[in-house]
Ligand binder design. Structure first.
Ligand code: DQQ
Length: 583
């Protein structure tokens, strides 16, 4: 196999000498790096000031304020001592930290306050359902918590319902495999429904369903909402309707002919978030997938990279459904402890049903564009085979880039072997270093000047049996000279027709995270990378084409991203009120 770094390095020197590599300069203005920041700390992704963070919990909008709770270890940068930490925002971009919302207390959650969800009850009153760990054996129960003061839009203080737990594991469920209550939805019979993740008979993942008239007393339905054999434990279920007519989100309780339902589960054994689109029969309380299996591998995934334990909520202020997910580190525990923190949340994504009705589409919330500055535009141009194009004038370590490719000649496309059905495997066999007829072409991000380090996000086009097949990859194999990191390559087949459609790619680059959206959000891949050379102002950004056939860049637009104010302000004091809320 060709050593791509070396090849690109030689190619780069050669082409630069011949004036073939262009430097796209729009402005001399560079955002100066914050000298106090660590190279891997992000500028606009949600993370606590320090320590460990995992799942997003209970996202909601209440009295115009966005809330995000999250699984947090107050004492260190590794998982443990789990509480519900809490932050709020008015724009989903800048976040203010609050006091911890839920801390362990015997007997209902003395060993941990694990994941759960928020539900807005009639008259808008919020309630949290979460998993409590009652002993050191990880016995799990479900608990209810309510705000102490509903007139406080920041919902700073919470109390636990006096009759907790509201649920213990039913026979024959193993009580250590019973967790993560979903946002509840209200049926036409005026009963609430709540989904809980579980496992039976060793390998059958399932979603237990409970109903309640008053949100306090819950009864298990006879059948699970859905189950599948040989899939392992299902964590963090999310169940919600999506509109079939437009991109608007809908409230979690909406039923009817204009919606389909989405069931998302987090597959514990594979550490991936899978979903299926289907119909929900509210009378039988059954979810019927339209196609395939929710726990199938390969199946539909929100993100084909590092992305887990996601949770969505309906943003009634802007009529959209927003998705959050935990992005774990790819570094060693030792390095996490040294840097003092671990875990990010994705940029919140709007999510809707694709026109085909067969998959979801995701796109970073529009508010994130308020951080864009120093726009650099490149007019349409051909990128010859085996060439590079640098985009300068932006802070390449903290940037947003959108590129669009058009393909005119398909003759050189490699034939797709019918046995190549696993895109991730294909991307790891055919990384950015392997040239072919049509591709790889895409972006080299967080790249060092000499290309010893880079993360490659790219497309390859194959000749399938009766159509062209587009593969999207995120190749981390050369992302860092530090070999202790997990550098797995990720991949997805992208459901676009390159003959009639442009190939769109957007990447949000933020020091140690690269979130990429292919085909306008039809396939998403998130990667964590820790370059040693390509940090701060030494990071570079290139468009590249390592295939034999030229491709046309129809547009290339790049922005520096400003730093967001995330969890650095002092906690907001709760709004004084005489009102003492009871459930
Ligand atoms: N994380 C939580 C659990 C959940 C898991 C514990 C998913 O409730 O199942 O921190 O990452």
């Amino acid at each position: 196999m060709v050593n791509f770094s070396l090849t690109l390095l030689l190619l780069f020197t050669l082409l630069l000498g011949h004036g073939i590599v262009e430097l796209v300069e729009a402005s001399d203005h560079h955002q100066s790096a914050d000298p106090t920041s660590q190279p891997y700390r992000t500028g606009y992704h949600f993370q606590p000031a320090k320590n460990w963070m995992n799942d997003p919990n209970g996202p909601m909008i209440y009295k115009g304020i966005y809330h995000l709770f999250y699984q947090y270890n107050p004492y260190g940068a590794v998982w443990g001592n789990i509480v519900w930490a809490h932050s709020t925002s008015t724009d989903l971009v800048n976040w203010t930290p609050h006091e911890i919302a839920l801390t362990p207390s015997d007997p209902v959650d003395g060993h941990g306050c694990w994941s759960g969800s928020a539900t807005l009850l009639p008259r808008g009153k919020p309630a949290i359902l979460y998993t409590g760990l009652v002993d050191s054996k990880e016995t799990q129960v479900q608990n209810l918590a309510m705000p102490k003061n509903c007139s406080d839009p920041y919902l700073k203080e919470w109390f636990k319902y006096e009759n907790n737990p509201i649920l213990s594991a039913p026979i024959p469920i193993n009580a250590t495999l019973f967790r993560d209550p979903s946002t509840a939805w209200l049926g036409p019979d005026q009963r609430w429904r709540m989904a809980v993740g579980s496992l039976i008979d060793n390998r059958e993942g399932l979603i237990l369903l409970y109903t309640s008239k008053d949100f306090e007393h819950w009864i298990k339905t006879n059948n699970p909402l859905h189950s599948e054999k040989h899939t392992g434990m299902w964590e963090c279920p999310d169940f919600f309707p999506v509109s079939t007519g437009d991109q608007n989100g809908v409230d979690t309780s909406i039923l009817g002919p204009n919606v389909k339902h989405v069931l998302k589960i987090s597959l514990f054994d594979y550490h991936r978030d899978c979903y299926t689109i289907g119909t929900y029969d509210v009378n039988k309380d059954k979810f019927i997938p339209e196609e395939g299996k929710v726990g199938g591998v390969p199946g539909l995934r929100y993100d084909y990279g590092k992305f887990y334990a996601s949770k969505s909520f309906f943003d009634s202020a802007k009529n959209r459904r927003i998705l959050w997910a935990w992005v774990n580190e790819s570094s060693s525990w030792g390095d996490d402890i040294k840097k003092g923190w671990s875990g990010l949340q994705t940029i919140p994504r709007s999510l809707w049903l694709d026109k085909s009705g067969k998959q979801l589409v995701q796109w970073p919330i529009v508010e994130i564009e308020s951080l864009r500055e120093n726009q650099v535009d490149l007019p349409s141009k051909f990128l010859e085979g085996r060439s590079l194009l640098e985009t300068s004038g932006v802070t390449a370590a903290q940037a947003d880039i959108e590129i669009s490719f058009e393909i005119k000649e398909f003759d050189k496309a490699e034939v797709l072997d019918p046995s190549w059905t696993n895109p991730q495997l294909l991307c790891s066999h055919k990384g950015a270093s392997v040239e072919s007829g049509l591709g790889p072409f895409g972006l080299l991000v967080l790249a060092s000047k000499d290309l010893q380090e880079y993360t490659a996000v790219f497309f390859r086009i194959y000749k399938g049996q009766n159509k062209y097949v587009v593969l999207m990859c995120s190749d981390q194999s050369s992302s860092s000279l530090n070999n202790k990191n997990d550098k797995t390559s990720y991949g997805a087949f992208l459901n676009v027709d390159p003959v009639h459609e442009k190939l769109l790619l957007r990447s949000l680059i933020d020091h140690s995270i690269v979130e990429s959206f292919g085909g306008g959000g039809k396939a998403c891949i998130t990667a964590r990378v820790y370059p040693i050379l390509a940090i701060e102002n030494d990071a570079h950004l290139y468009a590249f084409n390592y295939g034999n056939e030229k491709v046309n860049i129809t547009s290339l637009r790049t922005w520096s991203m400003k730093k967001a104010q995330i969890n650095i302000a002092n906690p907001i004091k709760s709004v004084a009120s005489d009102e003492s809320d009871k459930f």
